[in-house]
Design a protein around this ligand. Structure first.
Ligand code: ATR
Length: 280
């Protein structure tokens, strides 16, 4: 029987998950198809009825369902609890698990792009306090980092720092220049630098030469922030890699195999992004 996997969202047309997952399905010779499904919030219960009846082997979950799916699963994993959001569904025996693969994607990407990044100093500066910020913070804390969380709206940084507890301090964006001096990793999780948004304008000259700059934005493929970091001689890690590496984790949950993030696969997604977004 051909296994079925879905990404559900509303809207969902823009999702690149089918392109990525079907590439691995073909390479691994798995008998499965990964489709996108536009599910309106009112239809979520019907989706889960079908999911359990069939049953489907798994799914990814995106906006606006990342919180709404929680009552429909049998349990959530630690990452989903820490992030307050589910982005992946899989079976653990008879139990339907709602998990979050973003933190492992965040880590898998930086492990691949900047080997040894966590072997030295352990101070991270994370800019932004939205959903992506939670994945970065959860991942960094799991590797023993102290996180300076900086956000335009200080209250949101304070609330998120409190949520994570020891290891995270809250600051306004005005604190970033001073904090950068001692940073081993700097992560942008704000929407600054996305196509149509102002760039993230930071002077990276005071940073340590062996520091790593990580941008979660992937349209454009190289943000001004990463271009500046590269020119400064820092190691850089991009957002497309995070998308690909969180996909690895989902595939492993569904099919028990860890697929590779190959140059071919990266090129496939890069070409799609460039084709659909002039200037990306
Ligand atoms: P995501 O879930 O993708 O992380 P989000 O929850 O919308 O997205 O969060 C966007 C982040 O980008 C927030 O931290 C936001 O700052 P505020 O909390 O102050 O809104 C940040 N952001 C968006 N536009 C910004 C801007 N022009 N300058 C600085 N920060 C900005």
């Amino acid at each position: 029987m051909t296994h079925r996997v879905f990404v559900i969202g509303h809207p969902i047309a823009h999702s690149r998950s089918p392109m990525m997952q079907n590439y691995w399905i073909a390479r691994h010779g798995v008998d499965a198809v990964y489709d996108k499904l536009d599910i309106a919030p009112a239809d979520l219960a019907d989706f889960f009825r079908a999911f359990r009846a069939e049953p489907y082997i798994g799914a990814n979950v995106t906006i606006p369902h990342k919180l709404a799916v929680i009552p429909f699963v049998d349990r959530t994993d630690g990452a989903a609890q820490a992030m307050g959001a589910v982005n992946c569904l899989w079976w653990d025996g008879a139990a339907l698990v709602g998990g979050n693969t973003d933190a492992l994607g965040f880590l898998g990407n930086i492990d691949a792009a900047a080997p040894g990044w966590d072997a030295g100093g352990k101070h991270a500066v994370v800019m932004g306090a939205g959903g992506a910020s939670r994945a970065a913070i959860y991942g960094l804390l799991s590797r023993g980092f102290a996180v300076s969380l900086c956000n335009r709206t200080l209250d949101k940084a304070v609330a998120l720092a409190r949520h994570f507890g020891a290891g995270v301090t809250a600051h306004g964006l005005d604190a970033v220049p001073d904090l950068l001096v001692t940073a081993d990793v700097v992560v942008n999780t704000t929407s600054l630098g996305m196509i149509g948004q102002p760039p993230l304008d930071l002077d990276l000259a005071p940073m340590k030469p062996d520091a790593v700059a990580y941008d979660i934005v992937y349209v454009p493929l190289e943000t001004a922030f990463l271009a500046r970091a590269r020119a400064r001689g820092l190691r850089t890690v991009d957002g497309l890699g995070m998308l690909l590496h969180q996909g690895v984790v989902g595939f492993d949950h569904w099919f028990g195999q860890r697929p590779d993030v190959t140059p071919d696969l990266r090129a496939l997604l890069e070409n799609d992004i460039r084709a659909k977004t002039p200037g990306a």
